[in-house]
Design a protein around this ligand. Structure first.
Ligand code: TNX
Length: 512
């Protein structure tokens, strides 16, 4: 049978060769660019006729302080096996980067314009971040498999077009729960690259919970020495050292992603209570029901059973010390204080204190929506997750409503190892995309992945992708009302997700 096909192949091949050689003057087939499918969808995209063929030798000229962007661009060209030279303070190049603060009015801080015509590529932005995002769009106009393309493949071409683009929201985020199961610097760096490609800019790390403590602190070394060793059943333990945390933040900052650390207080705290058992109330009434007692570690799923001893003054010195050190080592302006799922008469008093501590350490506090029951400051940002809290006053909101954004929930009804308490059917790609962001107080959106049941890189990839691309579009694009059209663009990214070695959930929408 195999031989039969081989013979057939040879015959067909021979026929093609003969057929071709009989054509006297070969017809020029116009070079075709990749189909344009930018995610998130740009605000303005005008197609022009024709393509721009990339020469082997390129010149990147830049004005203003666009040198870093020039280097990103040069790296992209290098991935495509193309040479480039960078020319400062010049407008002579087939790639022109123009950074001009005066463009802020037209394009906003993160926006950019991108023009491709027969002369080459022109990118304009008010600042570095806009130039960076233009390069992400450009990346998406080139083949997904750039790095693995054979040297002698067809010349690369870009479609001639005009893009003018800027984000709808400043907050386009994702949360990863490192506390239940740990994910280290290597995964997180890869993830930051992937986020940046889709213009996402906030990575919230849930660093502490009953099952583990994941951030090293000089002032409280036992937190990681003891509580860094535990994890949820089948989960990974470990922690980010002070150097890891710095390295991660630097890596993220280069890609315009801000890390937001979360120290979950005053509940979800059992791991810390094992490290420093003196923080428990003398009668252990702060553990109820007692799912574990120190020095035993906790690897279960139950939530809402542990809290700090809010009547003990020691508690407040501990919290102040921890928040002071985390604030000092954090580059970004925010610090998340958790605040979810606890019942205590002193809860509101605690939240007000923690809010003021964070501000005194120079950071903007964020809390899960329950904190809005307390008389919080104007600065504090509320993260909505179940929409059940009536706030005492108006605050800025990060939208993470579980029916649209809880990615520990199933991609498809019945998917194994998923929590589905918020929505039995799970949270499908369409559920995410159809999120209705009419609320005027939201500063953006964020999708959390809780990891009680997500214990490997492949599982985390599966929960994040491709749903995170819908979050990226909700966060960036002014309109997101046509799921069919989004699905079409998404399907053109399947090979890109493969090239990035993402173990994505094979959503039917990825297959046209
Ligand atoms: C609720 S949502 C939690 C987490 C759990 C999650 C599981 C929120 C602020 N807290 O502690 O991991 O449900 O879906």
């Amino acid at each position: 049978m195999i031989r039969y096909f081989q013979t057939l192949n040879i015959l067909i091949f021979g026929f093609l060769i003969l057929g071709c050689s009989s054509i006297k003057s070969p017809v020029e087939t116009p070079l075709k660019s990749e189909t344009v499918a930018i995610i998130p969808k740009p605000q303005v995209l005008t197609h022009h006729k024709g393509v721009y063929q990339l020469p082997h030798q390129n010149t990147i000229s830049f004005s203003g302080s666009a040198e870093i962007a020039a280097q990103w661009l040069s790296k992209l060209l290098q991935d495509a096996n193309l040479q480039s030279t960078i020319r400062a303070n010049s407008k002579k190049g087939n790639f022109k980067l123009i950074q001009d603060p005066a463009l802020i009015g037209q394009l906003s801080e993160e926006g950019y314009s991108l023009d491709i015509d027969k002369q080459g590529v022109t990118i304009k932005a008010a600042g570095e971040v806009g130039l960076f995002y233009a390069i992400q769009s450009l990346t998406q106009l080139l083949p997904a498999n750039l790095k693995s393309m054979p040297m002698d493949s067809k010349p690369l071409v870009l479609p001639q077009l005009h893009v003018e683009d800027f984000p709808k929201y400043s907050w386009r985020g994702n949360m990863i729960d490192l506390a239940r199961s740990f994910f280290g610097v290597e995964y997180l760096k890869r993830h930051i690259d992937r986020m940046a490609l889709y213009k996402m800019n906030r990575l919230h790390l849930h660093l502490t919970d009953d099952q583990g403590w994941r951030i090293e602190l000089n002032s409280k070394p036992l937190l990681t020495e003891i509580a860094g060793k535990s994890a949820v059943k089948n989960g990974k333990s470990g922690f980010l050292s002070i150097e890891d945390y710095k390295e991660l933040q630097d890596y993220a900052a280069d890609r315009h992603v801000v890390i937001i650390p979360e120290i979950d207080l005053p509940g979800h705290i059992y791991a810390a209570l094992v490290a420093y058992p003196e923080l428990n109330c003398d009668d252990l009434s702060n553990l109820n029901p007692k799912m574990a007692t120190p020095p035993e570690l906790f690897d279960g799923y139950k939530v809402g059973w542990s809290k700090l001893c809010l009547t003990d003054p020691e508690t407040y010195s501990f919290v102040a010390e921890v928040l002071r050190e985390v604030s000092a080592m954090t580059v970004g302006p925010w610090l998340h204080i958790g605040g979810d799922e606890i019942n205590d008469d002193l809860y509101e008093t605690f939240v007000v204190k923690a809010d003021s501590m964070v501000r005194s350490f120079g950071k903007i506090p964020i809390g899960w929506e329950e904190v809005s029951k307390a008389d919080v400051s104007q600065d504090l940002i509320v993260q909505r997750w179940n929409g059940k809290t009536t706030p005492l006053k108006k605050s800025k909101v990060i939208e993470s409503i579980c029916t649209s954004f809880y990615f520990d929930h199933a991609n498809v009804t019945g998917q194994e190892k998923t929590n589905n308490w918020c929505q039995k059917s799970g949270v499908s790609l369409e559920d995410v995309y159809n999120f209705n962001d009419k609320a005027d107080e939201i500063i953006g959106v964020e999708a959390p992945v809780w990891t009680e049941l997500v214990v490997s890189d492949a599982m985390l990839d599966n929960r994040l992708w491709p749903r995170l691309m819908a979050v990226a579009e909700i966060g960036w694009s002014l309109s997101h009302d046509d799921f069919k059209e989004f699905s079409k663009r998404l399907s053109l990214h399947k090979s890109r997700l493969e090239a990035l070695e993402i173990d994505f959930y094979p959503a039917p929408e990825l297959n046209p």
